[in-house]
Design a protein around this ligand. Structure first.
Ligand SMILES: Cc1cc2nc3c(=O)[nH]c(=O)nc-3n(C[C@H](O)[C@H](O)[C@H](O)COP(=O)(O)O)c2cc1C
Length: 418
């Protein structure tokens, strides 16, 4: 039995039940998402730092113009006035999503991963604009992630596509699910799919930094299925986090999964946005290199490689141009950490900021090497080349390996000649 024996039914359509999870900032690129779509699956793009992503992709100047507009706050810890222009957010969102959607083959679907903890110094309004612009641009689905805002559905309920676009949530406990559902029931708009993300996933985690290893995906997944059955709700449930082979996925399908969401294996694909040399670090990683820490300013634990350059940053906060993680009122824990370190620095000593990192800058520069717990196994999924480097597989190879492999085998890509 393999993954191809199963199909995901969603919104009246049928898909190969493999979803590539959203990976900000632009690790899950247009090209990666489209590779899944072309094979009948679902690919995510992420709208984290969308203005920055547009500037790089389309030579727009959103970030520079914002930086210039707020230049007077560069040396100030008070960023309350550093706000996004909502029209520009909408423009960037439509540009990026429209560009991706226009290349669809129609075989699969493209969803948006919307990290709600990107509060952008105006959480509700920016979230509303992001989601509405995504629907305007023709996105097939909205996956609400990281820091679920209980008001999200209310914010977008008047959009003409509110009841037609697929809406999913990522949760890591039955508790979070039941709280979200209570609000959703009131609006008569239940989520169309539920992604249950376990403790082995990449990016931010829905567990504590010290107790994540006491949880396990299969247990939470079963609890979610039982809860939905008790509530007589028929919503597709999709496990994520640590599903490394097609056979891992089949185990979940046998338990009642409708699809699986996977990401780590695709981080090293040719199509993923990480620079090639960073992909080599991912493949070379050993178990001891993979850590969960609280360096992210989001307030959530995050998994990353210990070698991430962002962990050694001592840079000035970059909120004037970026500022995606500014809480309402213009606060960010990195701003505090930075100015505290500046005040505490003794003459002649280098500036050292230990507790927090500037995640906006780190993610923008691909210096925050967030990864899943299975990253140390990536070397088993590809070939070592004659020059000592690792071959970067095509996303289609990885997707098809998930779809057709059996017995936990991993088919290596066709060797590439260097
Ligand atoms: C490099 C990387 C970046 C990620 N970034 C995000 C993100 O921005 N938002 C999010 O909701 N999930 C993020 N994730 C989680 C994935 O979407 C996915 O649910 C999870 O990693 C699946 O587990 P796996 O990586 O073990 O296959 C990220 C994962 C990785 C590996």
């Amino acid at each position: 039995m393999n993954v191809d024996n199963f199909r995901l039914q969603l919104g009246g359509k049928e898909y190969v039940p493999i979803i590539i999870g959203g990976m900000g900032v632009n690790i899950s690129t247009t090209e990666l998402a489209l590779a899944a779509e072309k094979l009948g699956g679902i690919g995510h793009i992420s709208d984290a730092l969308v203005t920055y992503v547009c500037d790089r992709k389309f030579n727009t100047t959103f970030v520079n113009r914002k930086r210039k507009k707020y230049v007077q706050y560069t040396n100030s810890p008070d960023k309350a006035a550093v706000l996004f222009d909502l029209e520009e957010i909408a423009e960037a969102q439509k540009m990026y999503i429209g560009h991706t959607i226009s290349q669809k083959t129609g075989k699969g679907a493209i969803f948006l991963n919307c990290m709600e903890k990107l509060t952008m110094n105006n959480s509700s309004e920016t979230l509303k604009v992001r989601l509405c612009a995504a629907m305007d641009a023709g996105i097939d689905g909205l996956t609400l992630a990281a820091g679920l805002n209980l008001r999200t559905l209310e914010l977008i309920q008047t959009h003409p596509r509110f009841r037609e676009v697929q809406i999913g949530i990522i949760i890591s406990s039955v508790r979070a699910l039941s709280i979200f559902l209570k609000r959703a029931v009131r609006l008569n708009r239940l989520p169309d799919y539920i992604i249950v993300e376990g403790p082995l996933a990449g990016g931010h985690l829905g567990f504590g930094p010290d107790d994540w290893h006491t949880f396990d995906l299969k247990t939470i997944f079963t609890e979610v299925l039982d809860f939905l059955k008790k509530e007589k709700l028929n919503i597709p449930v999709i496990p994520a986090g640590g599903i490394f082979t097609g056979s891992d996925a089949v185990e979940y399908f046998k338990m009642g999964a409708s699809a699986v969401q996977v990401a780590t294996r695709f981080t090293i694909s040719k199509e993923a946005g990480l620079p090639s040399e960073v992909k080599q670090h991912y493949i070379n990683a050993i178990k001891e290199d993979i850590v969960v820490n609280m360096a992210s300013t989001s307030g959530y634990p995050m998994r990353m490689l210990i070698q991430s350059p962002t962990l050694r940053y001592a840079i000035k906060p970059n909120c004037e141009g970026l500022g995606y993680l500014l809480e309402n009122g213009g606060k960010c824990t990195y701003i505090d950490a930075y100015y505290n370190a500046v005040a505490a620095r003794k003459q002649g000593e280098p500036l050292a900021i230990k507790v927090k990192t500037c995640l906006c800058t780190g993610m923008a520069n691909y210096d925050c090497w967030t990864c899943g717990q299975t990253t140390y196994r990536l070397k088993d999924t590809t070939n070592r080349l004659a020059n000592g480097k690792w071959q970067l597989p095509k996303a289609a190879d990885i997707f098809c390996d998930y779809q057709f492999s059996t017995d936990h085998t991993i088919r290596l890509p066709e060797p590439e000649v260097t």
